[in-house]
Design a protein around this ligand. Structure first.
Ligand SMILES: C[S@@+](CC[C@H](N)C(=O)[O-])C[C@H]1O[C@@H](n2cnc3c(N)ncnc32)[C@H](O)[C@@H]1O
Length: 237
């Protein structure tokens, strides 16, 4: 992980699992699914720094994963014993069906649940200790991105952590490479927001940015931000 500025409170540091370990895990989790799905999920750890993001999730977390796709992040967290509860939602019915099928291969499938829902319907409130959003912002139309971040903050309870991972805006060739990827894979012309922009959108003074990093995997450029929402104090209640 490059350029980490880390002042995380209360996080038990964990070693980031390797891409190879995660790819093998993905192969097992999606083994019963269509080859394309199995192939895509097992390649994803090589182009997305999931190991680094897993290491940002404390043990025994209650995680809401927004735009969870086929559930890979929550399923990996459950497999590494980092969850007491994982809830994921995504607008894609196919992706959620894949997530639900893959969850049956966990040792403890009852730890995770997946449902079809759009962020336009709001972000569900709960006693989450972590709200994660991985590679979703660039799929949200630019006019709604700031409001999406505001909604994510509202769904992050006091004392919890908001983990955001997305694709770089600069260098422009890396952003263009990802746009081509999404044009091919998602048939969508995506709109990236940089970490500086996202930090500016997190206007709530209760949120403190405790981690910033960048990572390049092949031609894909990634940034990650972690915010902690201050626990409510007697005077602020
Ligand atoms: C690049 S995928 C990332 C999936 C997952 N977070 C991961 O990292 O594997 C982006 C996901 O965002 C989802 N998405 C896009 N717009 C959405 C919306 N309005 N509401 C919920 N999910 C959305 C897509 O269906 C897709 O699964």
């Amino acid at each position: 992980m490059q350029g980490t500025i880390d002042g995380m409170q209360g996080a038990a540091p964990v070693a980031a699992p390797s891409a190879r370990t995660l790819a093998d895990l993905a192969k097992r989790l999606y083994a019963a699914q269509r080859w394309r799905w199995r192939w895509l999920q097992s390649l994803r750890p090589y182009i997305c720094p999931f190991g680094d993001v897993i290491a940002l999730v404390p043990e025994k977390s209650r995680v809401l994963d927004v735009g969870c796709g086929s559930g890979l992040f929550l399923l990996m967290l459950a497999s590494f014993g980092r969850l007491t509860r994982g809830v994921g939602f995504d607008v894609s019915t196919d992706a959620i069906a894949a997530a639900q099928a893959a969850a049956t291969r966990l040792d403890r499938p009852e730890l995770v649940e997946f449902s079809v829902r759009s962020v336009a319907q709001g972000i569900p409130k709960g006693d989450w200790s972590v709200v994660s959003v991985i590679d979703v912002i660039h799929h949200i139309p630019p006019a709604f991105q700031a409001g999406f971040i505001t909604d994510l903050c509202a769904a992050t309870p006091p004392g919890a952590r908001l983990v955001i991972k997305d694709m770089v805006v600069t260098p422009r060739w890396r952003a263009l490479a990802n746009r081509m990827h999404d044009l091919l894979m998602a048939r969508q012309w995506v709109h990236h927001a940089g970490p500086g922009q996202v930090e500016a959108w997190v206007r709530d003074p209760e949120f403190v940015c405790v981690h910033r990093s960048r990572a390049n995997l092949l031609w894909y450029g990634h940034w990650t931000l972690v915010f902690e929402r201050r626990a409510a104090t007697a005077t602020s209640r």
